[in-house]
Design a protein around this ligand. Sequence first.
Ligand code: GLC
Length: 737
Amino acid sequence: MNKRFLLTLCAVVSFGVPLLAGGGTISKDIPLYKQPSASTDMRVADLLSRMTLEEKVLQLSQYIVGLNTNVNNTGEVNTGLPDGVGSYIYFSGDAKLRNALQRKAMENTRLGIPILFGFDVIHGFRTIYPIPLAQGCSWNPELVGELSAIAARESRMSGTDWTFSPMIDVARDGRWGRVAEGYGEDPYTNAVMGVAAVKGYQGDTLSSKANVAACLKHFAGYGRSEGGRDYTATDVSRQSLWETYLPPYEACIKAGAATVMSAFNDISGTPATANCYLLTEVLKKRWHYQGFVVSDWNAVQQLIPQGVAANRKEAARKAFSAGLDMDMKDDCFREHLTSLVAEGKIDEKEIDESVARVLRLKFQLGLFENPYTPVYEDSERILRAEDKEVAARMAQESMVLLKNDNSLLPLKKGMTMAVIGPMAKDKENLLGSWKAHGRAEDAESIYEGLEKEFGRHTRLLYAKGCDFDGNDTSLFAEASSVASQADVVILCLGEKSAWSGENASRSTIALPCIQEQLATELYKTGTPVVILLSNGRPLELARLAQQCDAMLEMWQPGIAGGTPLARILSGSVNPSGKLCITFPFASGQIPIYYNERQSSRPDQGKYQDIPTTPMYDFAYGLSYTTFSYGALRASSAAIQKSGKVRVEVPVTNTGNMDGYETVHWFVSDPYCTISRPQKELKHFEKRFLKKGETALFTFDIEPQKDFSYIDETGNRFLEEGDYYVIVKDQKVNIEIK
Ligand code: GLC
């Protein structure tokens, strides 16, 4: 037996590492790391023992390849790279280029370590489905999981093993463009939806050709961006970190998320990318995280402008020593880690620990045994009909009916409809930000959806009315004329997809004036108006709401939004979406969110010039039917800390249409050692009720989980006293004895 094999064997046996991966035999003639019957830990140990320091550092380096489509850094390329890099951000969408690059790593390098190919598959690879902010409004985590599995399958079959998703940054400032990428303002919602996405992406085994590794981002507190401006410093107290920003990450880590991405932002003086408390104390020591942390784009080098590194070498040292494992794009690690080890400023054992984390994922993905992606027919790989159907279901369940005066909706067939506005025939902007390999040509426009749903019985008129922005009112007259000929106006407004997403902050969340002016002109005609909104953030709608009879938030639905939208307008589908983020009355109210702490003078401190309440609350959404809530009841009025209590509420569909209802269960603890948010979402349940049907919605409370609070050290405490469980306008008191 060769010495290295014996050494590895001793190493792993002495640490009690399992030798075999469930059966099979170990050959002494083949390097252990190349033997799938050996356990992953054993293969990692063996491979590490064979690697030079330079080879190790290369595994901690990620570069880009393919046409860089990220508008925030287009043109940035990596050139002159060695064959065996740790990872690529893979902008190309086909397996051939990937296989060519992978072959170089497998065949031209000493140890043949496969490359990990990552990409931003945020809401679909080619079958683009609603943006995550819309998904949050569906209150359907199962559907989030289904869609993530579709995205994973398309990605893996196209040569991408790893997605930089889900983004689970709690966000409460609609001016911040990245609010589109997460699941809204509430920690619990982001946790539940994030877990669903992780499980959808990763499935039962990462080695499957239909699964990809997930990446939780951006760790942490990025959503607290000052003024909603991207990349800015964030002032996040430890209390807020633990109470608001970390819970989604802890939940998703427990769900097995393979990787984490550190955030751009400075966190009260320590940038996330060099934040030892976050990356090591919390993530690796307290949560026992076994995956690895990749930086965000150039974030290591950005420690210099952030003022904590004098040069790239210090940036590399600080980031790595804080717990960052992989450096995205800026090459600081490859440039300096080797010399930092030589100078004794970094211990090679720490390098080994990070490399082991990266190698472990590559083994788990099966890349050593299957480094190449088969070349599939497009018909098998992307845009399958059944997948587009799932995307349509999410579009349908995420749209939120905001206003419906005099039950204008649903619309009767046989009408004359004037379809007006910049979004009416648009396709590109329905895809939203981070559209990966999505194409406008794949999308169904609002107009096309209306034609399919209403076309046979309804006369559709069209006018563009105006552009998305600017001040050209020359098309107003034509639009007003078309409106005057119709029984109803369908006014299609909203945002360009580039107005949200990364580096897309806006000083106001109102739509451009030209769109509001068009609405005013059309409302003057006297023809009833339905406003449809396609956007990537909460909007300021106080004025627009006065210029219409009905208003529907359709978000950015991806490629399959037109028909679901039309089916809601026709009444074939009863809208069921409810907001996962508050819509402020005005941009000046920002930040405003449901789970704020109580004011010291709840009845004072109001704005003098605008209401202090939002335009549309968290969890708001109308239906075509009505739901009546019976009495909220608790199985006990007082329990021990270790006890359990069931709270239930009967809900009846008292209207004339079947429909989904989501019940949101909040907890309130008005007297505690620390002041707590006025109420906190702890459970939600969505069910389909036929007209006249009554269903019992329940919440089984575990006080330690649902009533306790978390303090600035991350410890949970459950105090005796009165707690309240709140549903709509009811609350029931439960005493913890
Ligand atoms: C970007 C984003 C991050 C993305 C990464 C790779 O700058 O901040 O969300 O995953 O770089 O594209």
